[in-house]
Design a protein around this ligand. Sequence first.
Ligand code: CA
Ligand code: CA
Ligand code: CA
Ligand code: CA
Length: 230
Amino acid sequence: MRLVRWSVVAVAVLAVTSSVQAAPATFLGPTPYLQATDSPIAGTGFAYFWLEDFEDGALNTPGVTASAGYLTTTTYPASVIDSVDADDGTIDGSGNAGESWFHSAGATGITFTFDAGVLGSLPTRAGIVWTDGLDPVTFEAFDAGGTSLGTIGPVSIADRSFTGGTSEDRFFGVLYNGGISKITIRSGASAGIEVDHLQYGAAPIPAPAAVILAGLGAGLVGWLRRRQAF
Ligand SMILES: [Ca+2]
Ligand SMILES: [Ca+2]
Ligand SMILES: [Ca+2]
Ligand SMILES: [Ca+2]
């Protein structure tokens, strides 16, 4: 019986410890994306969640800066604008009538850096929609210390047309409970890179009491199983 009690404590401690340590990053994408509801990371119940669709003519959601780029419509005619399809009000295979973010050096790409001071905490989920450029396309995410969490790609998704077609548009994202400091998206050289629907959020951090209760719950399950075995 003493042995069983100690095993309950050990399982509870292990459960609490594992819930505090960050699980490995999970990468999501590339997946087709024509509208906000295609996002695999959006939802309710977050400490915060922001989606920048650029339709107000600016990158101005809180706590994020871009390494490079500008609003595509400031430089290019509507005939080549490649916004997320639904942003112009109609899913019709074209993003010409919306707004997006463009950088002329596709291979250098664009890095979006998050500010924990503004946001309250680093995001635990983040994503971007690649809407135009050349192959290969690579997405990378970084932890709070600036160390790479891994990449998606390089992948081949480009249709090699620059007239705003949306069937090639793809979501790239990452989940990481340890906090995401920045994300980078790059595409092929000899062309720019165009993106849209930057999105980032943080899952609520469980209260310590809830963490301990979850650990004790796991321990109780182990104890019951052990007890049945006796
Ligand atoms: Ca459209
Ligand atoms: Ca847009
Ligand atoms: Ca496109
Ligand atoms: Ca294209």
